[in-house]
Design a protein around this ligand. Structure first.
Ligand code: ADP
Ligand code: 5GP
Length: 190
């Protein structure tokens, strides 16, 4: 994979920090040469989520078979559900000429970096923990219990960000988008 001209970008950050919002705008501006990787998950679809668009939704049994068969470039258990990126999928997109963004958790990010050294790890940081919780609640997609479980992960995720190549603070969305764009431009030129 290292010999390909196209690059992998890993975006991680706590639930509710604004990764989806940021990536929607970024992808809109880079339709010609960037794609967002679609992960496999055992999580149930949220209202409006479509199989094969937001995720490939699967069950635990099939997910575990794919782990056994070594099909994942990376996978992780996050908040009671399994999430993973299929290696063949990533390779296909990169060889079709697309730079690929993986929006995955920090455990998965490190697994990818171990295998693909020129992947860029980008962490999206909230301006504060209070603001993060406000955004997560404001999105209205999680139950109280799910919010609590997601907030339990935040400290560990922020700790892991120390080993990332870049950290972007998502205070102002346009500023964050500009930073992401310059990181992208710098890395595809290398
Ligand atoms: P994630 O994908 O990281 O879980 P989302 O993109 O769903 O997060 O964003 C969570 C909520 O925060 C959304 O309601 C979104 O509109 C809001 N949001 C995102 N970025 C900002 C920002 N810079 N300032 C204020 N609110 C934001
Ligand atoms: P959500 O349930 O909110 O869609 O995602 C929960 C967490 O799982 C987020 O931190 C998201 O980045 C992460 N995630 C999504 N897909 C993958 C994946 O394929 N692998 C890993 N390791 N994490 C993922």
């Amino acid at each position: 994979m290292e010999s390909l001209k196209t690059k992998l970008f890993i975006i991680s950050g706590p639930s509710g920090v604004g990764k989806g919002t940021l990536l929607n705008s970024f992808l809109e501006q880079h339709r010609d040469n960037v794609r967002l990787s679609i992960s496999f998950t055992t999580r149930k679809p949220r209202e409006g989520e479509i199989d094969g668009v937001n995720y490939f939704f699967t069950n635990e049994e099939n997910f575990k078979i794919a782990i056994k068969n070594n099909e994942f470039l990376e996978w992780a258990k996050y908040s009671d559900n399994y999430y993973g990126t299929k290696e063949a999928y990533v390779y296909k997109k990169l060889s079709e000429g697309y730079n690929l963004i993986l929006e995955i958790d920090t455990q998965g990010a490190f697994q990818v970096k171990k295998k693909i050294k020129n992947a860029s790890l980008i962490f999206i940081m909230p301006p504060s923990i209070d603001e993060l919780e406000k955004r997560l609640r404001g999105r209205n997609t999680e139950t109280e219990d799910a919010i609590k479980r997601r907030m339990d992960f935040v400290k560990g995720e922020i700790e892991n960000s120390k080993n990332f190549d870049y950290v972007i603070i998502n205070d102002n969305i346009n500023k964050a988008l500009n930073e992401l764009t310059s990181i992208f431009n710098k890395n595809i030129e290398e």
